[in-house]
Design a protein around this ligand. Structure first.
Ligand SMILES: Cc1cc2nc3c(=O)[nH]c(=O)nc-3n(C[C@H](O)[C@H](O)[C@H](O)COP(=O)(O)OP(=O)(O)OC[C@H]3O[C@@H](n4cnc5c(N)ncnc54)[C@H](O)[C@@H]3O)c2cc1C
Length: 331
């Protein structure tokens, strides 16, 4: 959102409290256009993907930092999976994303893979690198205010919003899962998901592909890999747990066959919405109040496309947006 505002020369300030837990800071940043369960494209993939790669290239250029890495993804398949994969290839609708199906793959450190699908347009976004670069840029441009935003400190008057000694035409809430309890918006639209992730070091594990079978193994360089993630819908908090780690290690041990060391373990809360769609728009009863949230499990893919839609709504409240993401649906 900050990049879009900067790009379109809209004056703004970002208020961020870095001590607050952020899903982006723990996310693996995986990019995957397919949903494997029924082998469908992820929602709106054909629109999201070109915009995603285009926008991140612009940000990389702005920050002089490379944080997107495209890498083929290998999805091990069972005999039962094969007919559906073959059908999709014959239908031709996914040839953009499915490169081939093949058999007998032996990758160093992984157990032998009998059948697999190889995907393209997959990869990852190094979110920590991007966020750090973006924060430095925002600081240099004097856009950044490091502070904690309390709802009680926000007031509205005469088509303006006031917070501490700042006044603006609009405030846009992008506080991730913390907006699930934002009293300015309808209650009960979020259905949060906790996730856990580990980082391992494995000297003899192949780094050429992303592996994805019940969990992903994402190479990040120097024999390090991010391995995740768990999904938990009760007991929502951002703390790591023994159960989360053990679930990941059990699944990992089914996939790999080499020594490794666990270097890190993280947990976070995904800002998932009940209908699994983003939420964006201006409050129907308060033209100074807006939200851009609900990026859920796929923030990396959704943010570029929908931040551009959000910008259009800010410029013209009647601008066309996808019905499924409109804030109005919760009123
Ligand atoms: C374990 C895990 C793995 C994931 N893996 C992937 C993945 O591989 N690919 C993918 O696309 N997505 C993944 N996600 C989802 C992704 O993290 C989210 O979609 C995305 O990060 C949401 O971004 P956000 O900016 O809305 O929220 P956040 O990243 O949570 O950002 C919210 C920001 O608001 C700030 N903030 C909160 N409250 C306040 C306050 N009161 N005052 C000031 N600032 C405040 C926080 O400091 C933070 O900077 C994963 C999530 C988890 C938990």
């Amino acid at each position: 959102m900050a990049f879009q505002m900067h790009k379109h020369k809209i004056p703004f300030k970002i208020i961020v409290d870095p001590s607050q837990k952020s899903a982006s800071e723990v996310a693996a940043g995986l990019i995957n256009p397919l949903v494997f369960k029924r082998l469908t494209k992820t929602w709106m993939a054909d629109a999201l993907f070109p915009k995603m790669y285009e926008t991140y290239a612009e940000i990389e250029n702005l920050l002089s930092t490379k944080f997107i890495e495209q890498k083929e993804m290998i999805k091990p398949l069972t005999e039962q999976d094969l007919p559906m994969w073959q059908k999709r290839i014959e239908q031709g609708k996914m040839n953009h994303y499915i490169k081939r199906i093949d058999k007998n793959l032996k990758l160093e450190g992984f157990k032998p893979i009998e059948h697999y699908g190889a995907l393209t347009q997959t990869g990852s976004c190094n979110l920590n690198l991007m966020i750090q670069g973006m924060r430095n840029f925002l600081r240099q441009q004097n856009y950044l205010i490091k502070d904690h935003l309390k709802i009680e400190d926000v007031t509205f008057e005469n088509n303006h919003v006031y917070w501490k000694n700042h006044a603006a035409e609009k405030i846009i809430f992008c506080r991730g899962y913390q907006d699930a309890k934002n009293a300015l918006f309808p209650e009960g639209s979020f259905y949060l998901t906790k996730g856990e992730l580990i980082e391992i070091e494995a000297k003899a594990l192949c780094e050429d592909y992303i592996l994805n079978k019940n969990l992903f193994v994402l190479p990040t360089g120097n024999h390090r890999f991010k391995v995740g993630a768990t999904y938990q819908w009760d007991n929502i908090n951002a703390e790591t747990s023994k159960e989360g780690k053990s679930e990941l290690l059990t699944k990992l041990d089914k996939l790999i066959d080499t020594d490794y060391t666990v270097l890190n373990h993280w947990a976070g809360v995904r800002p998932t919405v009940k209908d699994r769609r983003p939420i964006l728009g201006i409050h129907p009863q308060n033209s100074s109040l807006a939200i851009f949230n609900g990026l859920g499990t796929k923030g990396v893919m959704l943010a570029p496309y929908f931040s551009e839609q959000m910008l259009k709504v800010l410029e013209d409240p009647h601008a066309e947006t996808d019905n499924e993401v409109k804030l109005d649906r919760f009123f």
